[in-house]
Structures are given as structure tokens and as C-alpha cells.
Design a binder for this molecule. Structure first.
Ligand code: GDP
Length: 189
């Protein structure tokens, strides 16, 4: 008779970062799709995960769909940002994407909206560690906060001005996903 909570979670990140694979891995085994096709536009999935009843929106990272994202911002409870930790060239593009998202007025209004990062594809030899990815995204820097309050500097959980957490993940085996989902569950319950 545990607490259950309905939550709308946005999965964002550039194309090819592993969003669809992660969502598929999180779903109950019988609902998984063996072959994932790249997401175009926005895919919506409903499933339960531990004590959460999730609606997951897979937001394609392809720029031309970006104008669709805003409609989902106003009623989301958490953001999962998926990063291809092997894609050194596009990490700065991902950072721009994240910055645009977090500066949106609907997201700014939700001051405690938690953001979970998956530094995905951690199984590949050339991947950056979660700590390195956090550094590359400059998650602990005050510039994330509108107005750049210096009081956030140096606090590893407050650079974004909201709760955040990063874990390395392998979407194929599921390694690392539980840790992240556990964190987000704690934020939501
Ligand atoms: P999306 O565009 O963000 O939805 O990305 P997909 O889920 O379609 O994944 C893009 C590609 O990366 C696919 O070929 C996946 O099989 C692969 N992929 C996703 N996650 C991982 C991972 O953790 N490790 C490895 N090696 N490949 C992954």
C-alpha cells in the first residue's frame, strides 16, 4: 500500500543520444519493443515504474520540432536530459539545447522541477564519465541561474538553481538507469 504518484516526465536530448532506448528499457518487459525506430516529433508512453505512474514524452532533439516542445513544458513534473557521453563534438550543442529549455518561462516558473541527466553510452570506451559530462555542461556554474546569483557557485547540486543529478548509463543493459530513477522518485514523492 505504498504511495503512488502520477508524473509527467520529459525526455529531452539531441537525436541519437538514446532517449527511445532508455524509455524502452524502463518499460515493463512485456511492453518493450525489440527494434526502436528513431523518434520523429514527440512520442508519448504511459507505464508504471516503481511507485510512479509515468507519462513519458520523448522529445526529438531535431531542431525543426523544437516549437512543439513548449506545449509540454507547462505540465511536466521532471525532466530527464539524455546525453550521448561519447559525442564530444555535440556536448556543447546539447548544452545550448538545455540552456534554451531551462530559460523557457514555463520551466522558470517551476523552480523545484528536478532535472536528471543520463550520461548515456557509458559502455563505450570513448565515453566521458558522469563527472566529466557535468563539467562540460558546466552544471555547477552560476550562469545557469537567470541573473547568475553567485550564491549557487560551488554547490554541486544547485548550479542549475534547481535539484539535479547525473548518472552514467548504458541503455542497452539498463545499468545506471535505476540509480537515476530512484533519485527522481525521491524528488517527486
Ligand atoms: P534517440 O534519438 O535519442 O531516441 O536515440 P535512440 O534511443 O534511437 O538511440 C540511438 C542509437 O544509440 C541506437 O543505435 C541505440 O542502439 C544506441 N544506443 C542507445 N543507448 C546506448 C548505450 O547506452 N550504449 C550504446 N553502445 N549504444 C546505445
Amino acid at each position: 500500500q505504498g504511495k503512488r504518484k502520477k508524473a509527467h516526465i520529459l525526455f529531452v536530448g539531441l537525436d541519437n543520444s538514446g532517449k527511445s532506448t532508455i524509455i524502452n528499457q524502463l518499460k515493463p518487459k512485456k511492453e518493450r519493443i525489440p527494434d526502436i525506430v528513431p523518434t520523429v516529433g514527440i512520442g508519448e508512453e504511459n507505464f508504471s515504474l516503481g511507485s510512479l505512474d509515468l507519462t513519458a514524452f520523448d522529445m526529438s532533439g531535431q531542431g525543426r520540432y523544437r516549437n512543439l516542445w513548449e506545449h509540454y513544458y507547462s505540465n511536466c513534473d521532471a525532466i530527464i536530459f539524455v546525453l550521448d557521453s561519447t559525442d564530444k563534438l555535440r556536448i556543447s550543442v546539447a548544452k545550448e539545447e538545455l540552456m534554451q529549455l531551462l530559460r523557457h518561462k514555463e520551466i522558470q516558473r517551476k523552480r523545484n522541477l528536478p532535472v536528471l541527466f543520463f550520461a548515456n553510452k557509458s559502455d563505450l570506451r570513448e565515453s566521458f564519465s558522469a563527472v566529466k559530462c557535468a563539467q562540460l555542461l558546466e552544471l555547477d556554474k552560476g550562469e545557469w541561474v537567470k541573473g547568475g546569483s553567485p550564491m549557487y557557485r560551488g554547490d554541486p547540486h544547485s548550479g542549475l538553481g534547481r535539484p539535479w543529478h547525473i548518472c552514467a548509463s548504458n541503455a542497452h543493459t539498463g545499468e545506471g538507469l535505476n540509480e537515476g530513477i530512484q533519485w527522481i522518485t525521491e524528488q517527486l514523492l
